[in-house]
Design a protein around this ligand. Structure first.
Ligand SMILES: Cc1cc2nc3c(=O)[nH]c(=O)nc-3n(C[C@H](O)[C@H](O)[C@H](O)COP(=O)(O)OP(=O)(O)OC[C@H]3O[C@@H](n4cnc5c(N)ncnc54)[C@H](O)[C@@H]3O)c2cc1C
Length: 403
């Protein structure tokens, strides 16, 4: 297998993309960075809930609406939406480059946040589910994990549904579901054929929050990712869902979930890390030049310089890898395993970069006034959430040995 040469300039960004990146940079500097001092210590911010929900919890309606207006007026709102659904039609590479800019700050910028499972909507599902999510009128979350089914959902999933007339009846428990309490609808994977399981026996249902058979346990599970709990246990107790609320057809739920995780969850972890790593490096350079010990700025010590150099290498290497994989996805290549490579490296290199930045900052590195520990926790979490490092390696190994 011949892989494209990253040096051939195949992903050199066209002028119009550079222009959108500059616009993103200006929004980050002018609108988002000034909000950071209020965002970081605020007890309302949470990991894994949609940007708009997160903003509302911290800043209330006015600030949130102003940012939504900026996003919609500039067209950035539709960045990740496909053209046939009114979206930007921009390539994956372009999306990655723009998202990288927005990840320079901890304050989230509001985008249409659509899990691409929803693009499987058919008939009236388009008006009931897809369009309201694109426009930000409704939010969804994704429920795959269970108390005993994390890395091996296909093999271990217990939540099941049986057909009863025009309805399916779901029973079971999901766990660690990000944003369940804040979502209007939950996309839930359920075993519908215990023999076939992940090979045609798992189905994706859309369950609305007002369904009396579904309860979200509150308060949620507290983690180190933020002051506000945003992962939840979700119980299904004879939860009746009409056949018309199945996404992608009976038995296709596992394939759909994997497809979504490949692009939205794995490849986009690249820009998620890159922005944070660039910020950490910029902050570390600035800090080390002005922090004096034993008569000299610490930037003049080789021990510090080598840490800065290693951070720079990780940043440049990750950018090359991420852009290359995005360009290959744009050319129609199946990059499922390679997207896993982006997820794996962005989270490991990202966390080690933040670790160095915290060290260079000394006590200030641990202060919640700076975004460094939050960035670190997000990146370290990414080595577990959405398919742990070991699972990414398993999938990459499978491809290597197969090819
Ligand atoms: C903050 C947070 C948010 C989350 N959000 C969601 C969500 O929105 N929706 C959702 O469905 N889930 C969500 N999850 C769940 C997450 O996807 C799972 O935690 C993750 O997939 C790992 O599963 P597990 O915790 O059960 O680990 P386990 O599967 O128990 O694995 C434990 C360890 O063993 C390793 N391991 C497992 N199998 C192998 C193997 N064959 N070879 C080598 N090592 C192996 C794993 O990599 C891991 O390191 C979230 C979790 C967290 C912490």
């Amino acid at each position: 297998m011949k892989t494209p040469d990253t040096a051939d300039g195949s992903f050199k960004l066209p002028a119009e993309v550079v222009e959108i990146c500059d616009l993103a940079k200006r929004i980050v500097e002018k609108e988002l960075m000034p909000l950071e001092p209020e965002f970081l210590p605020h007890p309302g911010h949470a990991f894994g809930i949609k940007e708009t929900t997160n903003l509302r919890k911290v800043f209330g309606e006015d600030v949130t609406q102003r940012l939504i207006d900026i996003s919609k007026d500039t067209g950035l709102w539709y960045l990740m939406v496909p053209e046939e659904h009114g979206g930007s039609g921009l390539s994956m590479l372009t999306q990655v480059a723009i998202l990288e800019q927005f990840n320079y700050t901890a304050v989230p910028f509001p985008f249409a946040n659509v899990a691409n499972i929803l693009y499987q909507c058919e008939g009236d599902q388009i008006d009931r589910f897809l369009k309201p999510v694109i426009e930000g009128e409704m939010t969804t979350c994704f429920a795959q994990t269970e108390p005993n089914a994390g890395s091996d959902p296909g093999g271990m999933m217990q939540t099941s549904a049986v057909k009863d007339g025009d309805e399916w009846v779901i029973n079971g428990t999901k766990m660690w579901i990000s944003g369940a309490a804040e979502s209007d609808m939950i996309m839930v994977q359920v075993v519908t054929d215990a023999e076939k399981r992940q090979r045609g026996g798992i189905t994706m249902f859309m369950v609305t929050r007002d369904n009396p058979g579904m309860t979200v346990e509150e308060p949620g599970i507290k983690t180190w990712l933020g002051p506000h709990a945003s992962q939840y246990v979700v119980n299904f107790d004879n939860c009746r869902v009409p056949e018309s609320d199945i996404l992608g057809g009976v038995g296709n739920g596992f394939r759909l979930g994997q497809k979504w995780l490949t692009i939205h969850d794995r490849l986009l972890r690249g820009p998620f890390a890159l922005g944070k790593m660039r910020r950490a490096l910029d902050m570390s350079i600035a800090w080390s030049k002005q922090r004096v010990t034993f008569g000299k700025p610490i930037s003049e010590r080789q021990a510090i310089q080598w840490q800065l150099v290693d951070m720079y290498i990780d940043l440049e290497a990750l950018q090359a890898l991420t852009y290359q994989m995005a360009a290959r996805a744009d050319s129609g290549e199946d990059i499922r395993a390679e997207a896993g490579m982006v997820k794996l490296t962005s989270m490991i290199w990202g966390a080690r970069t933040l670790d160095k930045a915290i060290q260079i900052h000394g006590a200030m590195g641990e202060s919640l006034e700076l975004p460094l520990t939050l960035f670190y926790r997000y990146l370290r979490h990414g080595q577990i959430g959405g398919g742990a490092n070991e699972i990414q390696r398993m999938q990459i190994a499978r491809k290597l040995l197969r090819d």
